[in-house]
Write a protein of this length. Structure first.
Length: 127
């Protein structure tokens, strides 16, 4: 039997899944329907809110790897905001409702995910 705890398992699988998703997410930055045109190359700042320093480390490393790639056309910078998941969701829902901006990416604990869906931010971001 392995000595892997539930928490360790969830962190590892979350980081692996996050790492696999990092390239497409980072590549899609700037392509939203907001007020700015899509970025075709050059500097891109990604606003990332999370509770987990491991996410910061993983996504910062992915951004650097993509920026340093031989054919890379973007220079990624990760601007992080760290707080507990409850506070991040409260801030995101409040700022989304006020129209003052939400993060490009957010890393939260799955137990607070229903608050994101009922807070109205999912409807606003899909329009």
């Amino acid at each position: 039997m392995s000595d892997v705890t539930r928490r360790t398992f969830l962190r590892r699988t979350g980081l692996i899944g996050g790492g696999l998703l990092a390239a497409p997410m980072l590549g899609a930055c700037g392509g939203g329907t907001g007020g700015s045109p899509a970025v075709k190359s050059g500097a891109v700042t990604i606003n990332f809110w999370t509770h987990d320093p491991g996410y910061v480390k993983t996504f910062t490393a992915s951004g650097k790897r993509l920026s340093d790639a031989p054919n890379g056309t973007f220079d990624y910078t990760l601007k992080t905001t760290q707080a507990d998941s409850e506070a991040l969701v409260t801030k995101m829902v409040s700022q989304g409702a006020a129209g003052t901006g939400t993060p490009d990416m957010i890393g939260i604990v799955i137990s607070v995910f229903p608050r994101v869906m009922t807070g109205g931010s999912s409807e606003k971001s899909s329009k």
